[in-house]
Design a binder for this molecule. Sequence first.
Ligand code: GLN
Length: 547
Amino acid sequence: MARFIFITGGVVSSLGKGLASAALGALLQARGYTVRLRKLDPYLNVDPGTMSPFEHGEVFVTDDGAETDLDLGHYERFTGVAARKTDSVSSGRIYSNVLERERRGDYLGKTIQVIPHVTNEIKDFIRIGEDEVDFMLCEIGGTVGDIEGLPFFEAIRQFAQEKPHGQCLFMHLTLLPFIKASGELKTKPTQHSVKELRSIGLAPDILVCRSEGPIPLKEREKLALFCNVRPDAVIAAQDLASIYEAPLAYHREGLDQAVLDAFAISPAPRPDLNRWEDVADRINNPEGEVRVAIVGKYTQLEDAYKSIAEALTHGGMANRVKVKADWIDAEIFEREDPAPYLEDFDAILVPGGFGERGTEGKIKAAEFARTRKVPYLGICLGMQMAVIEAARHLADLGDAGSEEFDHEAGKKRFTPVVYHLKEWVQGNYKVTRSADDDKGGTMRLGAYDAVLAEGSRVAEVYGSTAIEERHRHRYEVDIKYREALETQGLMFSGMSPDGRLPEIVEVKDHPWFIGVQFHPELKSKPFEPHPLFRDFIRAAKENSRLV
Ligand code: GLN
């Protein structure tokens, strides 16, 4: 049976709870344990699928097709454990389950209340698969004191109460602000935050304190005394140059040891940190720098493309270069020539996106990359734009476009080289959608197989002709145009197993031009960079004449 670690946050949001959880997961693995990480989010959206990337950052998609919070991306990148649908839940989902059951009459006419019905639903969620791993790490989103978080805090309190002693641990992440004028690190907000936790029946075993610099012994002792934790369970979390140093940094601070001590695991298995030492070495000792332009829509908020930024970093690590990514608003290219903007870059990436805005600019970026022979990686919408560009400029289809944009505009303006897919095969099932299904969950979502053409560049990059990658889209490139495009040098080098859906296109006589219908960035890890990102950065490095 698993031991449970509940991670909560206090004082302010954005302290890096997700990262701390992920790093702790990695450290427990380094000690030989199996782990699973979960996120419980207090917002009322049923899932993050329909939330704006501007507000919530990227939607992370799991193999089993769940649209989840970007923290699940951190969990996967640090532990390599593929997240599942059952690793992420929101208040919206919990309430919607409870209300659905109420409508079905499952509660036999009883009054439905937050305690016990909502809290029971949360506890049932936490228990899923509890026998599968040694440690289950559950992060509660938001900050202690938030009204909407209360049912979750109450549920984990009950949960720990119902388990035998010593099977659950509470770790609380806070901030120690540094007051410049007095030169002091302040512990009071943490004391208040712990007080708030205790008022709802939760006592932290471990305090992780974010601070700009080291925490002097005096402050540690004070925190331990006032917050009722052991002094060696006060863990300093200083700002780091790279998130991938977090496992080693937390290990140096004694986090994993404190966790094992709290569970009374003795003797503690020795950690094998080789993987993270290699990662840190690659991050800290690059042999050069390559510049990648990311031409997209959600450029104000880097979190909107979190996994892409991380996968580029991983690609850099594989090639021992630092990747400097610059985000360029695609709309600029609708008014101005892209050349002056793009000429200085070693490679161009057009990421996924939804809606028409900025797409003509992305098409311009794809054209620049194709004609100027700059390495290009098009992801999902970025692949669709590359196909439209080739259809317009190579295959004489001047009005080539996507049905997505016609759908939005309510009239037909384009020849739909990219069309709205309404029926497809997933494993042994046929999936059917209508044009006006709900916005949530109507996409081709999750892992699908693809077959790569022998001798293609992608088959070489992957070192295989059978791959599985994650999808999140409604539209597809129409194979009707395959022949016309292939005779012009745009090869359909990856297809769905039934041969109906183009998964990958590549330009033949080009140093590196690949478009993929899926999201390779979601599967990249620092210790196992995704082959496409690894080779894309290799090509960028070659283009930069670093080699
Ligand atoms: N909007 C496009 C589609 O739905 C691309 C989606 C994406 O880039 N994730 O097919």
